[in-house]
Design a protein around this ligand. Structure first.
Ligand code: ATP
Length: 383
């Protein structure tokens, strides 16, 4: 068993930076797990604390049944692949792969054969006598992975493993890494700031902000049902549309349009309450003619994204005492051939079951708010 369990894990750097803030997280045995979040949110610190390269200021880390919180890196049975691969330039590929075995005092002959076997699995057999400087970026990455694999660790920790590769090689390496992880079945944690990479590779993703975890879920869960507006804005190649809305009877007023309440929100909201309506650009359909229950406005920008276009509509904002009747922008993904021209009037039709509501930044769901009394109607109307 090599599940990883973190309880109230805290890391405060000298100077007082709280890089991990009482973080709780469980990573299952054999899982391919991504740590995702903006720069400075604590991803690398978390990975290094699991590795033992940083000492926790509080809380615990367990790998399987073992509490490793106070163990040095060499005793944790983890292998880390660094962003820059950290290969020894003066050693051959064979010696680089065999290096951790040498540290573990494995005899020379076994080292050589294990290094050759691992190199074979990763398609590096023909390169064993080369030095890192004579390899491409993708080959260097494979050598770094081979070096990590040669010891058969319980856990792989990968720090931005694909970031040094160019766009095409990156796609290739992504597929390779996913296949390799499946075949080996070793619990793997990787750090990335690239949400597309996390969605493509991971079994589950933790989205971090300010040393805390904002949501843990499968790629589908974090994409379709972000738990809060931070995750909604972070995940997806185009961020979710987040638009001020107001409950009016059993409808929702969004950009002056009357939309049905999302199923989850029924019974959870109060007449007159102000909320934020969320819908992904991919889940809006564009119509050049009027459609009931659609958001309408002028097309201001059309961006070509290859097989689809991203259309920005300028729609009226919610009329509030503080802001008055402002304007807001709604983005819609439009399939090839259906693109409008700037200046056209268009309608954005939400697909059924795809819209979400947020109250104070958190998703309104039947499950999350069950048992919590709804705010009083008069209080909501005043707010
Ligand atoms: P990036 O994507 O930019 O690598 P990250 O999410 O991996 O960021 P960390 O490197 O873990 O973030 O840093 C978390 C916070 O801790 C940041 O505010 C960073 O400035 C701070 N930090 C990291 N290392 C140290 C250190 N050795 N001493 C002091 N502060 C540090």
């Amino acid at each position: 068993m090599s599940a990883i369990t973190m309880r109230e894990l805290t890391k405060v750097y000298p100077g007082g930076v709280r890089a991990l803030d009482a973080l709780d997280l469980e990573i299952a045995d054999g899982e391919f797990f991504a740590l995702l979040g903006p720069s400075g949110c604590g991803k690398t610190t978390l990975l290094r604390t699991i590795a033992g390269l940083e000492v926790a200021s509080g809380g615990s880390v367990r790998i399987g049944e073992r509490d490793v919180t106070n163990l040095p890196p060499g005793k944790r049975d983890v292998a880390m692949v660094f962003q820059d691969y950290a290969l020894f330039p003066h050693m051959t590929v064979r010696d680089n792969i065999a290096y951790p075995l040498r540290i573990k005092k494995v005899d020379r002959r076994s080292r050589g054969s294990k290094a050759a076997d691992t190199a074979d699995e990763l398609g590096l057999s023909g390169l064993l006598e080369r030095r890192p400087g004579q390899l491409s970026g993708g080959q260097q990455q494979r050598v770094a992975l081979a070096r990590a694999m040669a010891c058969h660790p319980q856990v792989f920790l990968l720090d931005e493993p694909l970031s040094n590769l160019d766009a095409r090689l990156r796609l290739e390496a992504r597929t390779f890494l996913k296949r390799l992880q499946r075949e080996l079945g070793v619990t793997t944690v990787f750090v990335t700031h690239d949400q597309a990479e996390a969605l493509a590779l991971a079994d589950r993703i933790a989205v971090m902000e300010g040393g805390r975890i904002r949501q843990v879920g499968t790629p589908t869960e974090v994409f379709r049902r972000p738990a809060n507006t931070f995750v909604a804005g972070f995940i997806g190649s185009t961020p979710m549309n987040l638009i001020d809305a107001r409950v009016r009877g059993d409808e929702l007023s969004v950009a002056r349009a009357g939309l049905p309440l999302p199923d989850d929100a029924r019974g959870q909201v109060t007449d007159g309450e102000r909320l934020v309506y969320g819908i992904r650009p991919e889940y809006l359909d564009y119509s050049p003619t009027a459609v009931p229950g659609a958001l309408t406005g002028e097309v201001v920008v059309v961006e070509n994204l290859g097989s689809v276009s991203l259309v920005s509509l300028d729609v009226p904002g919610e009329d509030t005492e503080e802001t008055g009747p402002g304007r807001t922008s709604v983005q819609v993904v439009v399939a090839e051939g259906g693109e409008p021209e700037p200046g056209d009037t268009g309608w954005a039709v939400p697909r059924p079951g795809r819209s979400l509501l947020y109250r104070d930044g958190n998703l309104v769901t039947a499950a999350a708010t069950a048992g919590v009394p709804a705010p009083r109607a008069d209080a909501a109307a005043r707010s």
